[in-house]
Ligand binder design. Structure first.
Ligand code: ZN
Length: 480
């Protein structure tokens, strides 16, 4: 394989940027190297007597599903609405020794006993997470939270960076991401999102830019690259209601870039009609083709549609392709590569609903993401197996500080029944530094479980948001 410019940097910057205790990775605030955390493989193997020197190759396929902003209570609110049941509820004083999660039922497939569940810390470079403080002071998690660019970069590259930076360290140096590693190993790679394809989370697995808002350059970089699949929203000719605009809006891709892509001047096969997404989902895919699917909608598939919702689905949804169908098509396309693949799937608009403190659309978006998980699980069981595929369902951070009503200074549970909007309150219009849920199943699961970074008094053991990428680089996908 060709040595990527990033591989050398990765090796060169392995340094004492974290304290490694008994195999656990304990990030130390302000002690990180400026270009992120990169661990030698020896620090990630914690099973005594187990020789991971060469590794097992780990998972053949990695499917990394990110509910943007989907903290515990976003999963919980959608579950309450769906079934009247939920987990993860916390009720009591701001005192960690008195708090624990209340009993609750599993609702989603990923909450089942045949899945694994940890929490994940989400903080960016220079920050940290302290569970004792988080559950002693309601406001603690409102400070120093990550943005989606730094969080996506951590998950994609295994290195921490500053907010706003995408695929680059805080001093602007490019960092290898796991899509690039997949390609370097002869595998396929792709990104799918229900927000603009050039937005922070998909771009973290596809671009390198010190400014996440530099959408034109990010889109150009993505469409000049070698990803096998790029799908998302952000169509310049369509509005938020799937309607053709009188005047195009080139916010997420430049006019030049869009013209090149849509007229076949890039290496990507371009498509935008629902029927074309459906054809891929039905298995009409060709090996060796790079697919760029741009849904006929402006910013989000559904979240931004006109009208205010009091309850989920009270405003008719757009007639545009859904995340589940896009994802199934992406999986079919990537699976034409016999060597395996990496796919990042983002439920991006959960975050937009969290910022807007809009519970109805928050639930809609979590449900659309959950429907996508169901399709992905079915796809793995029909087309692959848990012996060769790792599926992750997690979040990049929590958004909106969604919790029970009138809970200050402690915590209260969400309350509700099936078909009802839960009693709730948002305590922020922005992100929080809460740990987020991390569900996983399949190949490589033991390696993840062996790399717990800390223990939260309420949520339990957590990994760091850099953990999976560092396993990918150092343990799983490092064949010469
Ligand atoms: Zn985010």
């Amino acid at each position: 394989m060709a040595i990527s410019p990033y591989a050398l940097r990765t090796v060169a910057t392995v340094s004492a940027s974290a304290v490694v205790l008994a195999g656990a990775l304990v990030p130390v605030a302000n002690a990180q190297s400026s270009d992120g955390l990169n661990f030698p493989s020896s620090s990630l193997s914690s099973t005594p007597g187990q020789d991971n020197q060469e590794g097992t190759g780990g998972p053949k396929n990695i499917i990394y599903m990110v509910g943007d902003g989907m903290g515990y209570n976003h999963v919980a609110a959608a579950n309450l609405y769906e079934s009247g049941q939920t987990r993860y509820q916390v009720e009591g004083e701001a005192a960690p020794e008195q708090l624990e999660e209340l009993e609750g039922e599993a609702v989603q497939v990923y909450e089942g006993d045949d899945w694994n569940h940890l929490a994940m810390a989400t903080f960016q470079e220079g920050n940290s997470y302290d569970g004792l403080r988080a559950w002693s002071d309601h406001n603690y998690v409102n400070e120093d939270f990550t943005d989606s660019a730094a969080a996506g970069t951590a998950m994609a590259t295994g290195g921490k960076t500053s907010n706003g930076s995408l695929g680059v360290s805080s001093d602007g140096e490019a960092m290898e991401n796991t899509s690039e590693r997949a390609k370097a190993q002869g595998k396929a790679a792709g990104v799918v999102s229900d927000v603009p394809f050039s937005h922070a989370t998909p771009a973290a697995w596809a671009a390198h830019n010190a400014d996440r808002n530099d959408y034109h350059a990010i889109a150009d970089e993505m469409l000049a690259g070698d990803l096998d699949v790029i799908m998302g929203a952000g169509h310049p000719l369509y509005g938020v209601d799937n309607e053709l605009l009188a005047e195009p809006n080139y916010r997420y891709i430049s006019e030049e870039g869009f013209t090149a892509a849509s007229t076949g001047e890039t290496d990507f096969e371009y498509f935008e009609e629902d029927a074309a997404f459906e054809a891929l989902a039905n298995g009409e895919v060709e090996e060796g083709t790079q697919y760029f699917g741009l849904a006929q909608v402006a910013s989000t598939l559904q979240h931004d549609r006109t009208g205010a919702s009091a309850v989920p689905y009270d405003v008719e949804q757009n007639d545009v392709i859904d995340l589940a169908t896009m994802s199934e098509g992406a999986l079919n396309a990537l699976n034409t590569d016999d060597d395996g693949f990496h796919l990042m799937i983002e439920g991006g608009a959960i975050d937009w609903a969290g910022h807007a403190n809009d519970i109805a659309r928050d639930i809609e978006e979590v449900q659309a993401f959950n429907d996508t998980v169901d399709v992905v699980v079915e796809w793995v069981e029909e087309n692959s197996s848990w012996d060769e595929t790792l599926l992750i369902v997690t979040a990049d951070h929590e958004t909106g500080y969604l919790s029970g009503q009138d809970e200050l200074p402690g915590w209260k549970a969400l309350h509700g029944g099936a078909g009802e909007v839960p009693e709730h309150e948002y305590y922020s219009g922005n992100h929080t530094n809460q740990v987020v849920p991390f569900f996983y199943k399949g190949a490589g699961s033991e390696d993840i479980a062996a790399n717990v970074a800390g223990t939260d008094p309420v949520r339990g053991d957590y990994i760091d948001n850099t953990t999976v990428a560092n396993l990918t680089f150092n343990e799983w996908w490092n064949e010469d």
